[in-house]
Design a protein around this ligand. Sequence first.
Ligand SMILES: [Zn+2]
Length: 266
Amino acid sequence: MNTTLEAYDIELFAILKSLQQAKQNINSFIKNIWIFSDNQAAIHRICKNSKSSDQKISYKIQLKAEALFSQNIQLHICWVSDHVNIYDNEQADKAAKIAAAANYNYDVINCSNEIGISLTYLKRKTKESLLKSWQNHYNAVKKDAYYQNLHTQSAWKSLNLQLKATRIVWFSYIQLKLEHDYFKSYLKKLSDYDSDKCDCNNSSIQSSAHLLLSCSKYAAQYSKIKDKLKTSNLSLKLLLTTRDEIQAVFDFLKESEIVRRNWISN
Ligand SMILES: [Zn+2]
């Protein structure tokens, strides 16, 4: 297949080809045609008439289904879970893998009549390109030491960390990550605050790093976090960007109730 096609396009193409194949074998006894696919997105696409990706091919499948219906033949397109030992499905999967590994530099099957330009492919390439230019821009611009330390990677979606926390704990975590809001290294920028020093020793700047790593008021909690994570070294990068460490920060923020309006005003 053409290298500018996505799995989704190819699934739709395969459904159309199966339908054409089935039509060639129709006789007067056939009342139902069943096609099985493990791609839910492709099946949903056939049910819609929208002008999104693969409109042309899904419209062809719809027309063929209607033509069959007028001959009293019902078309059923069903979803099957993949890799559940359905013989034909496994064979198709094996054949697809062999073809993909062979890395042909020509089109094994010409599908240009059914799929001209794959919008799905174009969307993916556009997103890749935008993400790359975004990351290049981010790498090139001047950043303060705090952000350099986090090694931020551009992404379209935030990582699905599957962590649960109350709204206020999430809010405190985001504030620490952005170095913005209820702690003194940020508040010093406002006229109501004349010091950015933490009241634990009146000399350390009350920053995210200080509050998560070295404030003497929370030494006991830091030990607890180290025990939980089985490490003797904590870093801001790990605490703010990796799953288990973020969970430990959530627990700490919940227990200590720091980086909140009430905490800063007390
Ligand atoms: Zn402190």
